[in-house]
Design a protein around this ligand. Sequence first.
Ligand SMILES: [Fe+2]
Length: 198
Amino acid sequence: MTLPTLPTLATIDPHHLTLTGSIRSERRLSDLEGVFEDEAARCAAVERDDPVVYRVFAVERGADESGALSFGLGVLQPGRVGDEYFMTKGHLHTRREAAEVYVGMAGRGIMLLEDHRDGRCRAVAFGPNDVVYVPGHTAHRTVNVGTEPLAYLGIYPSDAGHDYAAIASGNFRQRVVRTDDAPRVVERAARVVPGGAS
Ligand SMILES: [Fe+2]
């Protein structure tokens, strides 16, 4: 199969936060069931205006092209559902050992990292000019804790793949809430299993 030739140069428009030569996708609040703790608040906001929470502008090579890299500009809007800031779904890579590099472009964010081998969690504050290294086997989710769009470039192996199901079944162990006008990272309350052992 012949892959389309991708441009050698892609350019981020810093004012409109777009990326030339990319394919755009977006997630609205209605796409984020199970992500936020306050499901009633999410449903109410979906009924109200179902806002776009984030967009991704991706420039991707085929997954079968050995050694290739893909990249994408993520733009996460400011906002909250209940006491939680807008965040991405988060994912593991299907090829678990695949790492990724994020480069902050605009706004104020926190990246939640969770190693699925030992359960270790980290929350990394980042912004423009910060580089976040996401090791393999690590679930990653970005959270916008500012008042402006949070923009970042993610660079990853083209065959990494995105596994959302592993997150959807258990969510991240940490979440970021607004307390006294400031972001705070808290442990997710243990889930109550009806009829289960306490
Ligand atoms: Fe990723």
